[in-house]
Design a protein around this ligand. Structure first.
Ligand code: SF4
Length: 388
C-alpha cells in the first residue's frame, strides 16, 4: 500500500518538487498551496482550477491532514483553546487569544520538553517527541479555518484573517526541533500561504545559543527569550540549559540576532516567583545585565507564575510584581506584565498546564485544574491584571 504524503508537511520548494514528480508545472504547486493554506481546503475535488487528472492523482497519493481536535474550549474572554492529537498517545495545546486589533495564536513545537525548567509544568512531563512540520503548521491551519467557520467568514484571501500574529510559546523548545520549526515558519511568512510579516511571528526560546545564530540566518522572526533569572547561579537552578549556555553567551547571541531581527529589541520573559527571583536586587541585576557596557535593546514581559503543586514555587504578590516592574521602568526599560487569558494558558515558552500526554488524561487534567482552583482560589490560571 502506498503511503499518502501529507501536503501540510511540505514547504513551498518541496511542493514544487512534489508536483514535478507528478509531472506538473511549478505554478500548480502555487495553486495547490493557496488552496491548502489560504482556503483551508482538504478535499482535492474542491480545488476547481486544478485539472481533474491532477486532482485524481492527488486523491490516490496525498492527503491534507492537520492534527485531530480532541477538545475545543472558548473562554468568556474569547480565548479559544484546542487540545490536538499528535499521535503516539501525545497531545498538545493550541491557544487563540483575541485582542482589539489582532488575533494571536500560540502554538506548540514539541510534545513535552527536555529542558525541564523548574517552574514549567510541561518540563515536568519530560520530552515525548518532536512535532512534524504538518503538526506545527497544522495548528495554524486548523485554528484559522475553525475560527472562520465559527464566525461564518469565507475562506480565501478576501475573507477577514483571524490570526494576525503567531507566537511559538506553546509546549516545547522550538530550537530543539529546528528543521520542522523553520519550515513551518517559512510557510507562515509565504505570500501564497499565510503571508504574515516577520514582525508578527515570534519564536520563544530558553536560550539555545547556536540555534539562535542559525535562526538569524535561516528565518529571522521576532525573538523572545525565557530569561527568568538575573544571574547564572539562579538561572542554573531555574533553566538548566543555562549551565550549557550561560548568560554572557546568551546576551551575546541576542546582540548578534538583533542585527538580523525584524524588530529592534528582544523580548525577555520573566516568570515572577515569590522569594526566588523577584526582589529589587534581582531587578537591578537585570538592568545591569541588559544595560551594562554592552547593552541589549530589550523589553521585559513579567509573567505571574501559574502555580502547580509539584513545583514547590508560588506566584509573587502583585505589589511585588509592580515594584519589580518599577525598577526596570525607572531604568527606561519597557516592561509589561502579562495578562493571562482563558483558564490555564498563561504560557511562557511552554508553561501550558502540562498534563496533556494523551487523550485519556483530558478528564483527569480538567479535574486537576478544578482541584488547583479549589486549592489556590478561583483565579488560578486566570488573568492577574496589575493596574499601574
Ligand atoms: S519553559 Fe519552555 S524550555 Fe522550559 S521546560 Fe517549559 S517548555 Fe521547555
Amino acid at each position: 500500500m502506498t503511503t499518502l504524503t501529507n501536503l501540510l508537511d511540505l514547504d513551498p520548494a518541496q511542493l514544487v518538487a512534489y508536483c514535478g514528480e507528478l509531472g506538473e508545472k511549478p505554478f500548480r504547486a502555487k495553486q495547490l498551496q493557496r488552496w491548502i493554506h489560504q482556503f483551508g481546503a482538504s478535499d482535492f475535488d474542491a480545488m476547481t482550477d486544478l485539472a481533474k487528472s491532477l486532482r485524481d492523482k492527488l486523491k490516490t497519493r496525498a492527503v491534507i491532514a492537520a492534527p485531530a481536535i480532541i477538545s475545543d474550549h472558548t473562554s468568556a474572554d474569547g480565548t479559544r483553546k484546542w487540545l490536538v492529537d499528535v499521535g503516539q498517545g501525545n497531545a498538545v495545546e493550541t491557544v487563540y487569544i483575541p485582542e482589539e486589533n489582532r488575533g494571536t495564536l500560540c502554538i506548540s513545537t514539541q510534545a513535552g520538553c527536555a529542558v525541564n525548567c523548574r517552574f514549567c509544568s510541561t518540563g515536568k512531563q519530560g520530552f515525548n517527541r518532536n512535532l512534524t512540520v504538518g503538526e506545527i503548521i497544522g495548528q495554524l491551519w486548523m485554528a484559522e479555518f475553525e475560527l472562520r467557520r465559527t464566525k461564518g467568514i469565507e475562506p480565501g484571501p478576501k475573507g477577514e484573517r483571524q490570526i494576525t500574529n503567531v507566537v511559538m510559546m506553546g509546549m516545547g523548545e522550538p530550537l530543539l526541533n529546528y528543521e520542522p520549526t523553520v519550515t513551518a515558519l517559512k510557510l507562515m511568512l509565504d505570500d501564497n500561504a499565510y503571508g504574515l510579516s516577520r514582525r508578527r511571528v515570534t519564536l520563544s526560546t530558553s536560550g539555545v545559543v547556536p540555534m539562535i545564530d542559525r535562526l538569524s540566518q535561516d528565518c529571522a522572526v521576532a525573538l523572545a527569550v525565557s530569561l527568568h533569572a538575573s544571574n547564572d547561579p539562579l538561572r542554573d537552578g531555574l533553566v538548566p540549559l543555562n549551565k550549557k549556555y550561560p548568560l554572557v553567551e546568551l546576551m551575546d547571541a541576542c546582540r548578534r540576532y538583533l542585527e538580523f531581527a525584524p524588530r529592534d529589541f528582544i523580548t525577555f520573559e520573566y516568570c515572577m516567583l515569590d522569594g526566588v527571583n523577584d526582589s529589587d536586587q534581582h531587578a537591578r541585576e537585570l538592568v545591569a545585565l541588559v544595560q551594562g557596557s554592552n547593552p541589549v535593546p530589550c523589553k521585559f514581559n513579567l509573567i505571574p507564575f501559574n502555580p502547580f503543586p509539584e513545583s514547590g514555587l508560588i506566584r509573587s504578590q502583585n505589589p511585588r510584581i509592580k515594584a519589580f516592574a518599577q525598577v526596570l521602568m525607572n531604568a527606561g526599560i519597557v516592561t509589561t506584565v502579562r495578562k493571562t487569558r482563558g483558564d490555564d494558558i498563561d504560557a511562557a515558552c511552554g508553561q501550558l498546564a502540562g498534563e496533556v500526554k494523551d487523550r485519556t488524561r483530558v478528564q483527569e487534567r480538567m479535574k486537576k485544574m478544578a482541584d488547583y482552583q479549589e486549592k489556590f482560589g478561583s483565579n488560578f490560571g486566570r488573568i492577574v491584571e496589575i493596574s499601574s
